[in-house]
Design a protein around this ligand. Structure first.
Ligand code: ATP
Ligand code: MG
Length: 570
């Protein structure tokens, strides 16, 4: 259902159509009033923000309806799966704030049962072993406009099928030489119903079952039956599975899984999340990692949950985002500025405001006593007075931002200029007396004077000064590396390859900028990975795990300029 705007222009979630379906089911007493959902990742990559939408939806529906939600790994494709992914997925779901309690399952837990179900299908004449090659199966399948042709193996007897299927399991046949197919309808207008393959022979070591199996069930067969085994009531998935729903239902209809006691899962599709300036396909994200276009799955530019976490996003902001985008039946693309807006809103109230100079320019205050240090009081967050104040040191030599001084300023430049004045945040008013340059004409330091009565509470503190600059005391400053990020891609829709271009050709070469000579106020030496700060005028920042004892590294989570809020106002 579409989101709507309230009077202040904020997007508000207006409930969703899946909740409406659940309300109707609860009214009818369907499933005995139970609501049981699941989040079913395939452990073949790290979770991304699209998965976060599915997680919030599935766990959210459970929570909102007094139900429960399982975490189930759909691990039916051992060649692409790995425990690294199993571990990262658990960490990400927990970090997002959801709890599967004791209900973490694996489709591979059901391999024996899925095999028994297949035997049932064979015995009732609804599945057969087919010896056509993959290529031949494709040829026999027909097209959207032409019906398929029956496989010459379609009419094998149950006995023969059972014998062959047993021998498939026992490893008597080569990979790819035979498959088990559901016997449905080669003339069905839905290609998924033209005798789909439900088991294949594959000698691959599975991360959980090892070499126990050399046949593996296909996703479209394993998924509905895993849902049934787990007593799932509402099986929520993305729209591309709409055409698979008849097969989902066919599996449930043709297997005796004791629906009377288990109830019957219902597949419901919703639109996946697409974000501009990024790619979301696991294949592409994996390629970016493997070909080292990014530093890893958790590169702070990646749309992965681990990337967003490292970047400094809070779980609250991601859940807020997932609520605001709502749940719809039609595909659309969400502006990444909304995601950034959500983290800004969260941090605006909660982040400590500190001073950090990213591109330092030395300022010497000639009339300030040599060796003197004053500890001045600074507000921790003017939006949230409960956060209190802290003391910051002031001394004769300080750093200001290079861009806060201009020798030949344009009209509306309100910071330091030759002979001009600026207020130092939480400290004094200074005046620029002299500009020192090197031989190449680069400005290397400024000499200033200060007005001793201009600090808070002083006789001249109320003097009207247009500009305020942030600063740090040179003797007390903590050096740090700061990493600034831009969108990973230059174009809004990097997936659009209609002009024959590859998505990688649209990578933004300036998506990472490293500033390695930043100066921070001394309290930041105490920062830990879970702290988030507003560096005044520069944005929100957090410590990066690359920090080592000798070297602090900070990530910019997001700048202060809120293009989302701005677009909403205009
Ligand atoms: P794959 O191509 O590997 O299957 P996938 O993105 O579908 O990739 P899964 O691990 O199968 O990955 O996804 C787990 C769940 O998350 C599925 O229910 C899927 O529908 C949902 N999901 C995946 N991508 C998105 C997305 N962009 N928006 C919302 N839900 C998504
Ligand atoms: Mg999938």
């Amino acid at each position: 259902m579409a989101s709507t705007e309230n009077e202040t222009g904020e997007i508000v979630s207006s409930g969703n159509f899946i909740q409406t379906i659940i309300n109707e089911d609860l009214e009818k007493g369907k499933n005995g009033g139970r609501v049981h959902t699941r989040f079913p990742p395939e452990p073949n990559g790290y979770l991304h923000i699209g998965h976060a939408k599915s997680i919030c939806l599935n766990f959210g529906l459970a929570v909102n309806n007094g139900g429960i939600c399982n975490l189930r790994f759909d691990d039916t494709n051992p060649s692409k799966e790995d425990v690294e992914y199993v571990d990262s997925i658990q960490a990400d779901v927990k970090w997002l704030g959801f709890d599967w309690e004791d209900r973490m399952f694996y489709a591979s837990d059901y391999f024996e049962q899925l095999y028994e179900f297949a035997v049932q299908l064979i015995k009732s004449g609804k599945a057969y072993v087919c010896d056509l090659s993959a290529q031949e199966i494709r040829e026999y399948r027909g097209t959207l406009t032409e019906p398929g042709k029956n496989s010459p193996y379609r009419d094998r007897s149950s006995e023969e099928n059972l014998d062959l299927f047993t021998r498939m399991r026992n490893g008597e046949f080569e990979d790819g030489s035979r498959v088990l197919r559901a016997k449905i309808d080669m003339a069905s207008p839905n290609l998924n119903m033209r005798d789909p393959v439900i088991y294949r022979i594959l000698r691959a070591t599975h991360h959980r079952t090892g070499d126990k199996w050399c046949i593996y069930p296909m996703y479209d067969y394993a998924h509905p039956l895993s849902d049934a085994v787990e007593d799932i009531t509402h099986s929520v998935c993305t729209l591309e599975f709409s055409d698979h729903r008849p097969l989902y239902d066919w599996c449930l209809d043709n297997i005796d899984y004791d629906a009377a006691t288990h109830g019957r899962p219902q597949q419901i599709e919703f639109a996946r999340l697409n974000l501009n300036y990024t790619v979301m396909s696991k294949r592409k994200l994996r390629e970016l990692v493997e070909k080292k276009y990014v530093s890893g799955w958790d590169d702070p530019r990646m749309p992965t949950v681990s990337g967003l976490r490292r970047r400094g996003y809070t779980p609250e902001s991601i859940r807020d985002f997932c609520t605001r985008i709502g749940v719809a039946k039609r595909d659309s693309t969400v502006d990444i500025a909304l995601l950034e807006h959500c983290v800004r809103e969260d941090l605006n109230l909660n982040a400590l405001r500190v001073m950090a100079v990213l591109r330092p320019l030395k300022v010497i205050i000639d009339n300030y006593p040599q060796g003197q240090v004053e500890w001045l009081e600074a507000e921790n967050n003017p939006e949230n007075p409960a956060m209190g104040t802290r003391q910051i040191p002031f001394s004769r030599e300080i750093f200001i931002e290079q861009e806060d001084f201009m020798e030949n300023p344009p009209k509306k430049f309100f910071r330091l200029t030759p002979g001009g004045e600026v207020r130092l945040k939480s400290a004094y008013i200074i005046k620029c007396e002299q500009v020192i340059k090197d031989e190449q004409g680069n400005i290397i330091e400024l000499h200033c004077s200060y007005d001793p009565d201009s600090k808070s509470g002083g006789a001249t503190s109320a003097r009207k000064i247009k500009g305020t600059s942030h600063w740090v005391s040179a003797a007390h400053a903590i050096p740090a590396e700061v990493r600034l990020y831009e969108h990973l891609f230059l174009t809004e829709d990097p997936d659009d390859e209609t002009d024959g271009s590859d998505y990688k050709s649209k990578l933004n070469p300036d998506s990472l900028q490293i500033l390695d000579n930043c100066m921070l106020e001394p309290g930041l030496a105490e920062a830990s990975v879970n702290d988030r700060y507003q560096f005044m005028r520069q944005g929100y920042f957090c410590l990066d795990p690359d920090t080592s004892p000798g070297k602090l590294v900070f990530n910019r989570i997001v700048s202060l300029r809120d293009s989302w809020a701005k677009a909403k106002k205009s």
